[in-house]
Design a protein around this ligand. Structure first.
Ligand code: ADP
Ligand code: FBP
Length: 324
């Protein structure tokens, strides 16, 4: 065990995602079992700058594993982007006696950690928490599985009404720069088209389908929010190409971020929470704990960048289902 680390600070940052509470529980359990204290920082970097700490009781955390959101609350912080904000945060950590940090968030959060590491030598470990699943260094991020299940449940319902009216539905799902939620929820609901930021071929193919559409059936098209056109312009183009289409738009929005975490996200949270403490004990710093091929992996923050390409197998599926 590392002699140096006595008191870990842990926080959630960026968009909340189901499974974050399980990760907090995993980390607290491992920290206490190894004789370390662990404190929560409320509202991510914002709380760090304000000195807003929360004592964590491992038994209480055990009762939050099934809950969506994050009990520590989260935030996006413009103040932390400035050196002044980071200096204030460091002062508060020193005052509190925190000598290591675990951050649960997305690539923005890890970029923040890298900027912070220019000011201090504290070891930082990351846990991938974003519904978008757009990080290198892990096959799955916390909350992605739950978000896809929520999207699927809602798209199935939309299909019922679409089918009854022979309507075309554009369903917008989340994913700021990434089509992972769109691909999984689209293939999982038998959607007739999927538009994602990583590809533009799919739109032309969809327009061909719409041109020959004769309103005897429903069509469901999933549009990732990060798609270069966006759901509004896609709708206009469809109406232009085939004015007879009875079209509706449904934006699933933040419903995808909430709700009880799936079994997968609960286990992922617990595994990564424990792994993050283990990494600190091994003397690691500035790395993210992830799962690759079902094995725990540590990846330097520098390499945890946005994935702008869906992986080859998914691309092949998209081609088979929507481009042939
Ligand atoms: N280059 C950066 N320097 C300092 N802080 C950053 C940087 N990039 C992001 N952050 C901090 O990380 C926070 C979370 O990032 P954001 O992109 O909103 O979410 P996520 O971590 O889910 O990707 C930001 O609000 C900001 O405070
Ligand atoms: O909470 P906000 O600011 O509305 O952010 C919405 C964005 O957050 C996400 O839900 C998750 O993004 P993060 O990587 O920041 O967690 C995106 O899919 C979406 O574009």
């Amino acid at each position: 065990m590392s002699e140096r680390i006595k008191h870990i600070g842990i926080f959630t940052s960026g968009g909340d995602s189901p499974g974050m509470n399980a990760a907090l529980h995993g980390a607290a359990k491992a920290a206490l079992a190894n004789g370390m204290r662990i404190s929560g920082v409320s509202r991510g970097y914002e709380g760090m700058i304000d000195g807003d700490f929360i004592s964590l009781n491992e038994k209480d955390l055990q009762r939050t594993v099934h809950k969506g959101g994050t009990i520590l609350k989260t935030a996006r912080s413009d103040r932390f982007r400035k050196e002044e904000g980071r200096k204030a945060a460091l002062k508060n950590l020193e005052k509190k006696g925190i000598d290591a940090l675990i951050a649960i968030g997305g690539d923005g959060t890890f970029r923040g950690m890298l900027a912070f590491s220019e000011l201090c030598t504290l070891p930082f470990i990351g846990i991938p928490g974003t519904i978008d699943n757009d990080l290198a260094g892990t096959d799955y991020t916390l909350g992605f599985d739950t978000a896809v299940n929520t999207a699927i449940e809602n798209i199935d319902k939309i299909r019922d009404t679409a089918e009854s009216h022979n309507r075309v539905f554009l369903v917008e799902v989340m994913g700021r720069d990434s089509g992972y939620i769109a691909i999984h929820s689209g293939l999982g609901t038998g959607a007739d088209g999927i538009l994602i930021p990583e590809s533009s071929e799919d739109f032309n193919r969809l327009l061909e389908k719409i041109r020959h559409y004769h309103s005897q059936e429903e069509l469901i098209v999933i549009v990732s929010e990060g798609d270069e056109l966006g759901v509004g312009p896609v709708a206009s183009k469809i109406r232009e190409v085939n004015p007879s289409v009875d079209l509706r738009i449904s934006i699933l929005g933040h419903v995808q971020r909430g709700g009880h975490p799936s079994a997968f996200d609960r286990m992922l949270g617990i595994r990564l929470g424990v792994a993050s403490v283990k990494a600190l004990l091994e003397g690691q710093k500035n790395v993210m704990a992830g799962i690759v091929n079902n094995s725990l992996t540590l990846t330097p923050f520098e390499k945890v960048v946005k994935q702008h390409q869906v992986d080859a197998e998914l691309q092949e599926l998209l081609t088979l289902f929507y481009l042939k």
